[in-house]
Design a binder for this molecule. Structure first.
Ligand code: ATP
Ligand code: MG
Length: 170
């Protein structure tokens, strides 16, 4: 059985990591879709699809499950009623969708697919928006992401990037 889980992963954090650790025990293979793949260099989406692939790939190394996981960037099509077909075209066939996102759940259910909810882990701290805010403010952000993800972000000078792109053109 193959499962599907989608996020923007800006960045990939310990909440995502917990969810994936759980899902992988329930399925033979897992597809991780990277949403809004075309976006980068903005506050909402600072990292490129390729950088996010690297973050997830490095974080999964420690779990020894890489052979059972596909990491696939997915561009937005801005057509919700056609989106499931778009996803299904871009990734290997899957049997079950794991999501806590109401729109994602609804769209896959309407397409007749099995959808399973996911648990939320420390959502106050394990939240992309909060972690990006910490990066900008100089607060400790590393404790909310897998160590390998922090290393990727440092290697690409990610903190300076996110600080610079929120600057104003004055
Ligand atoms: P942002 O604040 O940028 O939206 P996010 O933390 O919500 O970041 P996403 O990439 O939007 O991260 O999340 C993808 C999916 O991961 C979401 O549908 C969400 O349900 C799930 N998720 C996010 N944070 C957690 C968490 N702490 N525990 C469990 N699941 C989470
Ligand atoms: Mg989100």
């Amino acid at each position: 059985m193959r499962g599907f889980f989608i996020g923007r992963f800006q960045p990939y954090h310990l909440g995502h990591h917990e969810v994936i650790k759980n899902i992988i025990n329930e399925v033979d293979e897992l597809i991780i879709g990277i949403g809004s793949a075309q976006e980068s260099h903005s506050f909402e989406n600072p990292f490129t699809a390729g950088e996010r692939v690297l973050m997830i790939s490095m974080a999964l190394n420690e779990l020894d499950i890489k052979k059972r996981v596909y990491i696939i960037p997915l561009e937005d099509i801005k057509r919700n009623s056609l989106w499931v077909a778009h996803v299904r075209e871009m990734v290997p066939p899957f049997d079950v969708v794991y999501s806590n996102n109401p729109l994602v759940k609804r769209l896959f259910k309407e397409a007749g697919m099995e959808v399973k909810g996911t648990h939320m882990y420390n959502r106050v701290e394990y939240q992309g928006t909060e972690i990006r805010r910490k990066m900008i403010n100089g607060d400790d952000w590393k404790r909310y992401v897998p160590k390998a993800v922090a290393e990727v972000i440092e290697a690409i000078d990610g903190i300076n990037r996110i600080r610079e792109i929120i600057g104003k053109d004055v």
